[in-house]
Design a binder for this molecule. Structure first.
Ligand code: HEC
Ligand code: HEC
Length: 466
């Protein structure tokens, strides 16, 4: 096994400091010059600028950044569990400590208990009653999920961006909604709007996040449970998922034609006992796309779903198993989408999966999410290997992300009782990634060993191409 070679073991033996110092001194200036960061190409420079804006720019507002809600370490979203770890003065909680934002800006209870954010998608004129409470979507794989035949679709209902509805414009709407110092929302007083150059950079950064292409299903999966889940997912007479989530992505395929990203009314708003409503807090019905709304929501990609719950636009379902079970319940089957599926079914049923099948489809979603975690971690580790000695900050960033991805991979698999051998390899990979982050002179060695462990984990999940 490559990771256990004697060379690898020898590398882990801590070297005396004086040896290291000797090494640095003797390699001399020429070697140092050779390790200087390479200048970035224009696209990489724009992405780096966008990353900086996304995580650091407050646009003269209340202190929030895009990264306040779309956190790098949380897959570009937030969960109640993570929110509970934040200090009281985190800008996420401005409504709790800025008097001008105390009323009608956020609902702190619903934010803390369910990760819900107030959105005034139908305008800012009746703040106390005209709003929706929505979960924060991840901003991964946006290049695969925004384009629709009717133009770009962003946000849970597809109308989250002002003006042309594009991803580029989304940042403008987000600043006005989330960054303001007061509820007057006056530009150049309560915040400043992003410049064209900033919008370009933010867009380039967001498009660089996560998957750049859709999967090609079916995958040659190894586990029988996930395999069966994939078959049900893809069977247009059984799971029917692949009709709207083609290749487990965010596009619709009808009669073999991919028609792009689409909106549907799947009845999520009709779920009984929605957690946020159990509190007694005001949660108006969310009318979805447009003003007034047509009750439709935008199809999200599923490859990234299992590690980005709670699920649906209102965070109404906590587990991926529960999200799959939704489709066999009355809220979906009585919805326009459920009735449409039933009308085209020879036995006139919409979607009707039993418990075994529901869990199998969820297992499939867990495994493809785990594979995506491994893909991202491997890409990050590879980039680390290409960095020069002095590109420490970028190296740390990448290793941190590889670490989080590996954590997620462990959780999505272990949470479904899936592939314990792969989990064991991922635990090793995580340890090696941590060592790489802490190592001054053997970052590359540990990084290579971490890659090998990731590859062994992947080989447990899927048949590799010969
Ligand atoms: C206070 C939390 C918060 C902040 C700050 C925030 N967002 Fe969001 N973001 C959300 C929520 C909630 C949604 C869902 C909105 C909807 O459904 O229309 C969202 C949706 C999005 C989407 C749509 C993703 C998709 O899959 O369609 C993008 C893109 C996005 N945000 C980018 C940004 C950018 C860029 C910034 C900074 C300028 C930002 N967000 C700041 C909470 C936030
Ligand atoms: C008629 C189209 C349609 C079909 C069929 C469909 N979905 Fe969906 N799916 C959607 C839409 C639209 C949403 C967003 C709904 C919302 O948030 O209100 C969604 C959301 C989801 C989510 C939540 C994702 C997240 O990030 O919160 C999961 C999980 C999911 N679907 C899985 C499935 C599975 C599994 C099947 C098959 C059993 C399936 N879907 C069938 C359209 C569809």
């Amino acid at each position: 096994m490559p990771g256990h070679s004697s060379a690898a073991r020898a590398r882990r033996v801590p070297k005396p400091r004086f040896l290291a110092a000797l090494l640095v001194a003797s390699t001399g200036l020429a070697a140092i010059a050779a390790c200087q960061p390479k200048p970035l190409d224009p696209k990489a420079a724009l992405i780096a600028r966008g990353r900086d804006l996304f995580f650091n720019e407050t646009f003269g507002g209340n202190g929030r950044t895009c990264g306040t809600c779309h956190r790098q370490e949380e897959n570009l979203t937030l969960t109640p569990a993570f929110i509970a770890t934040l200090p009281k003065d985190d800008p996420l909680f401005v409504a709790e400590f800025v008097p001008a934002l105390a009323q009608n800006f956020e609902n702190p209870r619903l934010m803390r208990e369910f990760g819900l954010i107030k959105e005034n998608l139908d305008g800012f004129d009746s703040l106390a009653t005209r709003f929706t409470m929505r979960g924060i979507p991840h901003t991964l794989a946006l290049g695969t999920s925004v384009q629709s035949p009717a133009g770009p679709r962003t946000g849970w209902s597809g109308d989250g961006a002002p003006a042309d509805g594009s991803l580029r414009s989304f940042a403008v709407g987000a600043v006005i909604q989330h960054f303001t110092k007061t509820l007057d929302r006056v530009a150049d007083v309560d915040f400043r709007l992003p410049t064209d150059e900033e919008l370009d950079a933010l867009e380039a950064f967001q498009l660089s996040l996560g998957r750049q292409a859709d999967l090609q299903l079916p995958l040659p999966l190894k586990g029988v449970v996930a395999q069966r889940g994939q078959a049900i997912f893809m069977d247009n007479a059984v799971g029917k998922c692949n009709i709207c989530h083609s290749n487990a992505g965010a596009t619709t395929s009808l009669g073999g034609n991919n028609i792009g990203n689409t909106n549907f009314n799947t009845g999520v708003e009709d779920l009984p006992d929605q957690p946020a409503r159990l509190t007694g807090e005001l949660v108006p019905r969310d009318d979805g796309f447009r003003t007034p709304g047509d009750s439709t929501f935008n199809t999200p990609p599923l490859v990234e779903a299992a590690d980005t719950g709670p699920f649906f636009h209102n965070n109404s379902v906590e587990t991926i198993e529960g999200a799959v079970a939704f489709y066999s319940g009355p809220a979906f089957n009585r919805s326009p989408s459920g009735r449409f599926l039933a009308s085209t079914d020879p036995k006139k049923v919409g979607i009707q999966l039993d418990a075994t099948q529901t869990v199998q489809v969820a297992a499939f979603l867990r495994v493809i999410n785990g594979l995506e975690n491994i893909r991202q971690a491997l890409a990050d580790l590879e980039e680390v290997e290409g960095l020069g000695f002095f590109e420490r900050a970028r190296g740390r960033e990448l290793l941190e992300r590889a670490n989080h991805e590996t954590d997620d991979g462990i959780q999505v698999l272990a949470g479904g009782g899936l592939h314990p051998e792969a989990v064991t390899e991922l635990v090793k990979a995580r340890e090696l990634t941590r060592r790489a982050a802490g190592s001054l002179f053997n970052r590359r060695g540990y990084t290579g060993d971490a890659k090998a462990a990731q590859a062994r984990a992947r080989a447990r999940l899927i048949q590799e191409a010969p």
